[in-house]
Ligand binder design. Structure first.
Ligand SMILES: Cc1ncc(COP(=O)(O)O)c(C=O)c1O
Length: 394
């Protein structure tokens, strides 16, 4: 071969890494273009299954490795990765629902899922209704031939009611309706979304990997897991049309987070319960919302469903004599807790929540201002001391 210019050599250099390189981390393979050996190779039909590659948008060995590990975590067969938890939600609703269909959502569903159903899906001729996740009998009455998708969330957002998953799933099964669970709270640890009771589980489990799977508060990503191949292929079709792609450096960060997921989940669970118990005993607090605590809405369903684990979230309802401004002053006075969205990262967070606009049905909680706490990896003694000094500002 003739001697080539340095610029050409920077792209066509002959050095190749040796076959058989072996280390614990998965390599970060990035690509838009995937090179074919020749034109005959180009003309081969390829399915995006992690064995053959066509274009970087559909995945690289790095993202297929993450998808395979998540399918294992969720006890699923198939997994699609998406650029955020919200895009996983959107993929499921757009992938399943068609004009004339109806979707049912729990009243405490993640806010952006609610907004998608309320403000965007009607433009596609798709209607929605909200149900009480604690009332399976009332829910069963809402199911109709139009119902094509039921969202489940355990525990629900902010008020953390744990749904009657067995009752809800039995009703869906009797009607042959597809069920999708937002399993971010359980994260594949608290319960098996596909086997809530023997022979009874959701058809689809989505997660915001942004939370526990990453654990670093530095990545946005989502997953959509299924056991049924036909359902996976249906969702994959929409996934391809939406052009969802992932940055492989972000994928690597989630791959780094996964091995410690169980340890972090358990550690954060323990600190969360200690803080929740401490807050519950405070005279300023009217009600504690955490499904592992007796008296929290849906506690008995959590006992029935969960392996004993719970996520790092709890909310408190302050007594009605405390105004929103006073509760804001308490949150502002916290020194270790950040004020912000998301959860399951290293830093604890506190979020005053206005529930009025975000619920359609009556709330099973006391009157008063609500603050949601997401507990991180700080020491429990320091966090309690911080809560105590901030409560003086109420
Ligand atoms: C229960 C739940 N599902 C989905 C999401 C969306 O995740 P993301 O922020 O990655 O879009 C969130 C985010 O807060 C969430 O709490």
């Amino acid at each position: 071969m003739t001697k080539r210019a340095i610029s050409t050599e920077q792209i066509h250099h002959s050095y190749r890494a040796p076959e058989g390189w072996n280390a614990i981390p998965v390599g970060v393979f990035k690509a838009s273009t995937v090179l074919f050996k020749n034109t005959s190779d180009l003309h081969q039909v390829r399915t995006p299954d992690g064995q053959t590659y066509r274009y970087g948008l559909h995945g690289t060995p790095t993202s297929y490795t993450l998808a395979a590990r998540l399918a294992t975590l969720e006890r699923a067969e198939h997994c699609l990765l998406t650029p955020s938890g919200l895009s996983a939600v959107t993929l499921v609703s757009l992938g399943i629902l068609r004009p004339g269909d109806e979707v049912l959502l729990p009243d405490n569903v993640y806010m952006q899922n609610r907004l998608l159903s309320k403000s965007m899906l009607p433009e596609f001729g798709i209607s929605h209704r909200f149900y009480d996740p604690l009332d399976a009998a009332g829910f069963a009455k809402l199911l109709s031939p139009k119902t094509k998708l039921v969202w489940l969330e355990a525990a629900g957002s902010i008020t953390l009611e744990f749904p009657d998953l067995v009752g809800l799933l039995q009703a869906c099964k009797a009607h042959g309706v597809i069920t999708a669970i937002d399993n971010t709270w359980g994260s594949g640890v608290a319960f098996n979304p596909f086997e809530i009771a023997p022979g009874l589980g959701a058809d689809i489990s989505i997660q915001a990997l942004t939370k526990y799977a990453s654990g670093g508060a530095d990545v946005l990503m989502g997953s959509v897991c299924t056991r049924d191949l036909a359902l996976h292929e249906k969702l994959n079709r929409m996934h391809e049309h939406l052009g969802y792609g992932l940055g492989q450096n972000d994928v690597e960060l989630v791959l780094r987070g996964l091995p410690s997921l169980l340890l972090r989940y358990r550690a954060q669970d323990a600190t969360t319960r200690a803080l929740a118990a401490w807050m519950q005993a405070r005279p300023e607090v009217a009600q504690l919302l955490h499904p592992a605590f007796a008296g929290s809405p849906g506690h008995e369903y959590w006992q029935q469903t969960s392996s004993g684990g719970a996520a790092c979230l709890f909310s408190v309802v302050f007594k009605p004599e405390y105004s929103a401004a006073q509760v804001d002053a308490f949150v502002d006075a916290l020194e270790l807790f950040g004020i912000g969205y998301s959860w399951a990262g290293p830093m604890s967070l506190a979020l005053p929540c206005e529930l009025g606009r975000s619920r359609s049905l009556s709330l099973p909680i006391a009157q008063g201002c609500v603050v949601r706490f997401a507990i991180g990896l700080e020491d429990q003694v320091d966090l309690i001391a911080d809560l105590e000094q901030a409560l003086a500002h109420l």
